[in-house]
Design a protein around this ligand. Structure first.
Ligand code: AMP
Length: 362
């Protein structure tokens, strides 16, 4: 817990140096705060825009101690921070979100058990620890299709495969080389949406209008606000995020990814304990972006408005698309490039946001 807010001129430590860390550092700078970025990559995009940089392993105790001593508050831009790293940092400087929130959301089985324990809907899911269990679990779920997922370290669809029979589930088990798995019913959703929400240490809560998210090959392609959710569903989605944030005693921005079913039902797919790609449009379409909200929350400042002044469409720039940067600049919209020199297939290189005058609420 912070005993007092970080004052302007203070330093926010950011563990992780990707584009999320970069946009957090930029938001901190706008508030007169300095960012100290700690990354395992020596050409981390967030290094380019931060006041101080540490290039070291997340397991380097000496480097972590020096980092913590140099910061007034610490946060992370990714969820898979080793538990010992957080423990060490938290002994010296306040770290948010808290270690328990990260632990719960790092592990898909624990996460889904936690979410359903709150009375929120998820796809049916079962833990898988053997080939035989993969086979029987498929039958037990009773759905035509299921998704076999690793319990840890999955993102952008990495570590998951669709199976359509008990035999396929058993065969897929071996693909994951004995890693703990989860089998979950395939949800034939109408569309996907997410809630970008923020909670402060004193329990204040705010959420943006939920964007609708289009994925291609499991990678987010586009986020659109307003979404096709009606106003009751938006209120319900925000209330779900609040229930989750309160139960985790969460401080900072979190994202709750949802499947929206044809009958209107909302299922929680995943919780991201951090700023999220589906909230990048808030930089250009809101007075206070998700990045600034996160910095405010971890610095112990009052939250800002989540009001959207415009309708928005955000599109990711992936892999090779970034090569033609001149065409991207010429497309109009607000262009954000992340300063990554190395282009790899599917890598998030930047995004563009287009704005339109805000339409009347549905
Ligand atoms: P995840 O890594 O679990 O967030 O999954 C990435 C994407 O895969 C989701 O955004 C969905 O598009 C798809 N997906 C994951 N799980 C399911 C499921 N149970 N049913 C249908 N699609 C899924």
């Amino acid at each position: 817990m912070l005993s007092a807010p970080v004052t302007p001129g203070g330093t926010i430590g950011i563990l992780g140096g990707g584009q999320l860390g970069r946009m957090l550092a930029l938001a901190a700078a706008r508030l007169g705060l300095k960012a100290h970025v700690f990354s395992e990559e020596n050409d981390a995009p967030a290094f380019q825009v931060s006041a101080t940089q540490t290039y070291a392993s997340y397991r380097n105790a000496d480097a972590l101690k020096k980092f913590a001593q140099a910061c007034d508050a610490i946060t992370c831009e990714f969820e898979n921070v080793p538990a010992e790293t957080l423990e060490l940092l938290a002994q010296i400087t306040p770290v948010n979100p808290n270690a328990q929130a990260l632990a719960t959301t790092q592990e898909r089985f624990e996460e889904k058990t936690f979410v359903s324990g709150l009375g929120l809907n998820t796809a049916a899911f079962l833990a898988i620890d053997s080939v035989e269990r993969a086979r029987t679990a498929f039958a037990e779920l009773g759905s035509r299709k299921a998704v076999l997922k690793t319990r840890r370290l999955g993102y952008d669809g990495k570590g998951q495969t669709i199976v359509t029979s008990a035999d396929e589930a058993a065969a897929a088990f071996d693909l994951f080389k004995g890693a703990p798995l989860l089998l979950e019913s395939f949800v034939d959703f109408a569309f996907e949406a997410s809630v970008i929400a923020v909670r402060s240490a004193d329990g204040a809560f705010a959420a943006y209008d939920p964007p609708e998210n289009d994925h291609s090959e499991h990678i987010l392609r586009r986020s659109t606000v307003p979404s096709r959710l009606n106003s009751e569903q938006s209120i319900e989605a925000k209330a779900m995020a609040r229930k989750i944030a309160d139960a985790l005693d969460y401080v900072g921005v979190l994202c709750v990814e949802l499947f929206v079913c044809a009958d209107g039902k909302l299922l929680v797919n995943e919780i991201a304990p951090r700023v999220h790609n589906s909230g990048h449009w808030t930089i250009d379409a809101c007075l206070v972006s998700q990045f600034e909200q996160h910095i405010r929350a971890v610095a112990g400042w009052p939250l800002g408005s989540t009001e959207r002044h415009s309708d928005a469409v955000m599109e990711n720039i992936l892999g090779e698309e970034a090569r033609d940067w001149q065409a991207l600049v010429a497309r109009g919209g607000a262009l954000h490039l992340y300063g990554k020199s190395d282009i790899r297939p599917g890598r998030k290189m930047g995004h563009i946001t287009w704005l339109k005058p805000k339409a009347a609420a549905r």
